[in-house]
Design a protein around this ligand. Sequence first.
Ligand code: 5RP
Length: 219
Amino acid sequence: MDSTEKKRNAAKASLEFIEPGIVLGIGTGSTVNELIEMLPTVRDRIDKLVSSSKASTEFLQQHGFDVSTLNEAGDVDLYIDGADEATKRLHLIKGGGGALTREKVLAGAARRFVCIVDETKLVGMLGSFPLPIEVLPMAQVFVAHKLLKLRAQPIWREGFVTDNGNHILDVHDLNISNPLEMETRLNQIPGVLTVGIFAHRPADVLLIADDTGVREMRD
Ligand code: 5RP
């Protein structure tokens, strides 16, 4: 089974969490795009939709959905999104697609966060995937120097501007043995908007697709 098929299976399994009358948050990325393609099959269950990126909003609109802002929608019942890495504690690295800030807002606003991945994303410890950090452009060099002091290697995602008009540093070789502590620590650096570690607000349910099917993990 190829990776697209696994992503599709994880996405399909998440449809079961979409209950009638729901305010649904939709994340960003190739796994979520598989979900968006299936979403018309449960259209009648969805009251309102909110999205974590311009790309997902556009794709949802192409599938005939109206997309509300979070301010219009109020509470989010369920947020479904992918991840770049996930642990069995349901801590995540997100932001490979650069949408981490709005993703963190929607995850934080949601009563339930279901994360959909294929088995390649499951890791023993976060950090092999370079950690995305969204930074204010004027603070980029300052933040990079702070990260160098942590013996990490920040690389500017050159030519990429987030939906919020900011820059991304992809941080290599960072020791994330304690995701909660590292998320808190990096959040203290002035100029950091969002850290791609999702530990303070982890997933509630992880749906992992492999060759044999989709298994569910909860903390
Ligand atoms: C975007 C993200 C995505 O969830 C993450 O990059 C996973 O993407 P994909 O489903 O394409 O592997 O955090 O900012």
